[in-house]
Ligand binder design. Structure first.
Ligand code: PHE
Ligand code: ZN
Length: 862
């Protein structure tokens, strides 16, 4: 009865406007855990203080908690526990409130709260997981200092970790032991963490600029210790970088990281005790690709940077999530750019933005960087909040310049240290420190959608003037029909068509709906280079000719703009081919030839520049996506490029061969280009291509080359394919992270039988719904394979819906993240759209659905 009621009622939305200060504050909390895998007893002692002159009872959030007892100031107390809230009437303005609850870590499949992963007990509290551990005001504006005492079986859980500094430990008798940790920095409960397990540490030290020695530990299972070196080096680099670039030092004596294999997201910035998805910690050349190494450095840095942007200054409410996430993503992007090639890093970041955020902003789940409402906050850990949020910070950085930006961030940290702040507070600090007016800029936080900027350049030879006409348009998004123009910072340069001379190079901020900029002293026809470095997260419509794009792809002195011109040229060619069925490939082939022949370019850049846009991105340019036509057009161009430039691909392939694995940037770039060249040789249909791929696969001394070759083979029908897949499986079947790659390469295959193969793989003994990494490796990758997922019979949609419903019973967050691909139905032909909607309807109508999936699926139906 109760269950049926829960599922038929539409879950309520939380509104940003409804924010109110907390009725009660909790300056201190002491937690005692009697840890066990089936049963853990949690005793929490809260010192509470009335906040303001109200008469409201103390209200504490709780979920899946078995309540054992409540005491107020040492005596059993009146209380009511209903609908996830424990209400306790309190007479005075302060009290000591003690609750005792029981929880069961090993039956927690949601991976929120206290759960078990590979025999380790660990926690995940962001956003609202702390209420699954104990009764508490589970909101980020209640900050407390924490004392944590844990007791546990000594043999099973020899290591006991929590936030802050260790203060004492000892034997508890009967094979049990205890440890106590104190965190002096007041924090919201979403930053609470504990870990108990049989772990070993890679230990190191970092001496801060202020001369304090910090004990560092990266904790893993014994066999994984040798795979923690890169994470440790990245951590130390990040600590030094944050001191140098932002003046931010670490503030505790201890910084620990724990790697676990079951984790909903990438990693979590718990104060002094980061908990990581093991895929962002563990690496050695045999099991991790260069991309994995880069991701590890980026995520380790990201979580470390949160110590200031997130922990010391936290969020007032979850609508402000981008305050910490957008800023921290920007910081980790800056860090990674400084560690390697800024141009290649920018290309990668823009690729992610276009692949994940642009479609989100153009679909039924579009929301502002600072959302106005949510049903389930877990659904708002999105590319918009993270990646577009980072672009907003980057635009402020571009508009202010690095020095004023730094003054702004200093002021922000100084003003709000120890507080729960808002996006508005961040912008205000930037404004106050720089003297720049950012009032119109605030629209970027409240308006959803990707702006389209029309850019037309005309030139009058007579007066030597060039006129750049700019116009912006922001498409309407769910709940937002009327939009205002936003300030759009565009880095612009003009190049002379004949001389190649650069006539102008400046930052133009488009503030109006339409605006004209005049450039003087230009004696020849200029070619427009615009949105250099991707200075604004917008779509540019410039109508530049193939010749102009080819010019820029060969001559622009901004590497990103050069890459971008090539992409635009490829995109124009492919879109024309899809529309007209046939296309002229000559301009693209010529531009790629020039890029391959340009000896001044490094291999990593060349590898990026010669890659065709993905099928999904080509689809994003079209009103109605035709997956088959897109695939055919793209493959035709690939084949042509492969055949026409075969000698160049062969020499690129030969020149990037290495005898021995090296981690240097040039060796990395060579590996990247090598597999790209191999792909073109396979596309060309070269007779020896499959053999080359198999040789690369078998001879590789590193995972980058091995996985690169396997990915190419997985697209082919050659006999070498199964041989490589079987060998890969046999070699790595006991390594979960590598086995994820085996599932992914097959799900991403361009073969006709991929949907079928994926259904079969979902029945493979190594497939499991319980592990989010494995789910994403197979089901997430498949849904990103445009042609296979959109197979006309709808079996891809049916498969995805079945997976969503099956996973939802275990882990609603992971299930909800699989919904968006079905929500793209408006962009497909009627037949496909109907099939997609039918699956969404089937999902929404399912009894007992989580509110996570309900929100995503119902919004997707629109
Ligand atoms: N706050 C984490 C990060 O971005 C992400 C996260 C959110 C992890 C929710 C777990 C759960 O660094
Ligand atoms: Zn983050």
């Amino acid at each position: 009865m109760l269950d049926a009621m829960k599922t038929t009622a539409t879950p309520a939305a939380v509104l940003r406007e409804a924010y109110r200060e907390p009725d009660w504050l909790v300056p201190e909390i002491a937690l005692e855990f009697a840890l066990g895998p089936d049963r853990t007893v949690v005793r929490a002692t809260l010192r509470v203080e009335r906040n303001g002159g109200h008469r409201e009872p103390l209200r504490l959030d709780g979920e899946d908690l078995a309540l054992v007892g409540v005491r107020v100031d040492g005596r059993p107390a009146e209380h009511r526990y209903a609908d996830g809230v424990l209400s306790i009437p309190l007479g005075g303005d302060t009290a000591e409130v003690e609750t005792v609850v029981e929880i069961s870590p090993n039956s927690n499949s949601q991976l929120m709260g206290l759960y078990e992963s590979g025999g380790i007990l660990c926690t995940q509290c962001e956003a609202e997981g702390f209420r699954r551990i104990t009764f508490f005001p589970d909101r980020p504006d209640v900050l407390s200092s924490y004392k944590v005492r844990m007791t546990a079986d000594k043999a099973r859980y020899p290591v006991l970790l929590a936030n802050g500094d260790p203060v004492a430990a000892g034997d508890a008798g009967e094979g049990r032991h205890w440890a106590e940790w104190h965190d002096p920095f007041p924090k919201p409960c979403y930053l609470f963490a504990l870990v108990a397990g049989d772990l070993v540490a890679n230990r190191d030290q970092f001496v801060t600029a202020g001369g304090k020695t910090v004990e560092l530990g990266i904790w893993v299972r014994e066999g994984d210790l040798a795979k923690t070196e890169h994470a440790m080096a990245s951590l130390k680099a990040a600590m030094a970088w944050d001191e140098r670039v932002y003046g931010r030092e670490y503030d505790l004596g201890v910084f620990n990281i724990v790697a676990v294999s079951d984790f909903n997201f990438g990693a979590m910035e718990n104060k002094g005790l980061n908990i990581f998805n093991s895929r962002y910690i563990l690496a050695d050349p045999d099991t991790a690709t260069d991309a994995d190494y880069d991701a590890i450095a980026g995520v380790v840095a990201h979580e470390y940077f949160h110590n200031w942007s997130g922990n010391r200054v936290t969020c007032r409410d979850w609508f402000q999530l981008s305050l910490k996430e957008g800023f921290t993503v920007f910081r980790d992007q800056q860090f990674s750019a400084d560690q390697g090639s800024p141009a290649v890093k920018r290309i990668e970041d823009v690729r992610v933005l276009r692949a994940a955020q642009f479609p989100e902003d153009a679909g039924p789940l579009a929301h502002p960087v600072r959302p106005e409402s949510y049903i389930e906050i877990s659904n708002f850990y999105t590319a918009t909040v993270y990646n577009k949020g980072a672009e907003l910070i980057r635009m402020i950085h571009t508009i202010l310049g690095p020095d004023k930006f730094r003054a702004g961030s200093d002021l922000y940290f100084e003003r709000h240290d120890g507080e729960a702040a808002t996006c508005e507070d961040f912008v205000a600090a930037m404004e106050d420190a720089s003297g720049c007016d950012l009032s119109q800029f605030r629209l970027w936080y409240s308006q959803a959608g990707t702006p389209r900027v029309r850019a037309d350049l005309t030139h009058h030879a007579g007066d030597g003037r060039a006129h750049l006409e700019l116009a912006q348009e922001l498409p309407s998004t769910p709940g937002q029909d009327q939009k205002k123009p936003m300030p759009i910072p565009l880095k612009v340069a003009l190049f002379g068509e004949l001389t190649g001379e650069k006539y102008a190079d400046r930052l133009v901020v488009l503030e109006e709906t339409a605006q004209e900029i005049v450039f003087e002293g230009i004696g020849e026809r200029p070619i427009l280079s615009i949105n250099r470095d991707f200075s604004a997260p917008v779509v540019i419509e410039s109508g530049r000719s193939a010749d102009d794009l080819a010019f820029l792809s060969a001559q622009d002195d901004n590497p990103f703009a050069r890459y971008e011109a090539m992409q635009q040229l490829m995109l124009d060619t492919l879109v024309a081919a899809v529309a007209g069925g046939k296309a002229d490939h000559a301009a693209v082939i010529e531009a790629v030839r020039r890029t391959l022949e340009d000896e001044r370019l490094d291999a990593a850049f060349v590898a990026e520049a010669v890659l065709l846009p993905t099928e999904a991105f080509i689809g994003d340019q079209m009103l109605v996506v035709d997956p088959e036509a897109i695939h055919a057009a793209r493959e035709a161009l690939r084949t042509d490029l492969g055949q026409e430039l075969e000698p160049l691909w062969r020499s690129a392939y030969a020149s990037t061969a290495a005898n021995r694995f090296e981690t240097s940037p040039s060796a990395k770039g060579a590996r990247r280009l090598r597999t790209v060249a191999l792909g073109y040789l396979m596309a060309a249909g070269a007779e020896d291509a499959a053999a080359l791929a198999l040789a690369q696969f078998e001879g590789a001394d590193n995972m980058t080359d091995r996985q690169g070759a396997l990915g190419m083979l997985s697209n082919s029908d050659a006999a070498e394919r199964d041989r490589a897949l079987d060998a890969f499986y046999a070699r790595y079947r006991s390594n979960a992270l590598v086995l994820d790659k085996w599932f992914s390469v097959q799900a991403l295959s361009t073969r006709d039988d991929t949907a079928e193969a994926v259904e079969r793989l979902a029945k493979h003994p190594d497939f499991t719904l319980a592990n989010p990494n494995r789910m994403r490796a197979l089901v997430g990758a498949f849904a990103a394979n445009q042609r296979a997922f959109h197979q006309t019979d709808g079996r891809g949609y049916r498969f995805l819906a079945e997976m969503i419903l099956a996973v939802d019973k275990l882990n609603p967050q992971t299930a909800a993240r699989l919904v968006p691909p079905l929500g793209r139905w408006r962009r497909f032909d009627e037949a496909r759209a109907a099939l997609m909607q039918a699956e969404l309807r089937r999902v929404v109508e399912t009894k007992g659905l989580s509110k996570d999936v309900f929100e995503q699926a119902s919004k997707s139906l629109g």
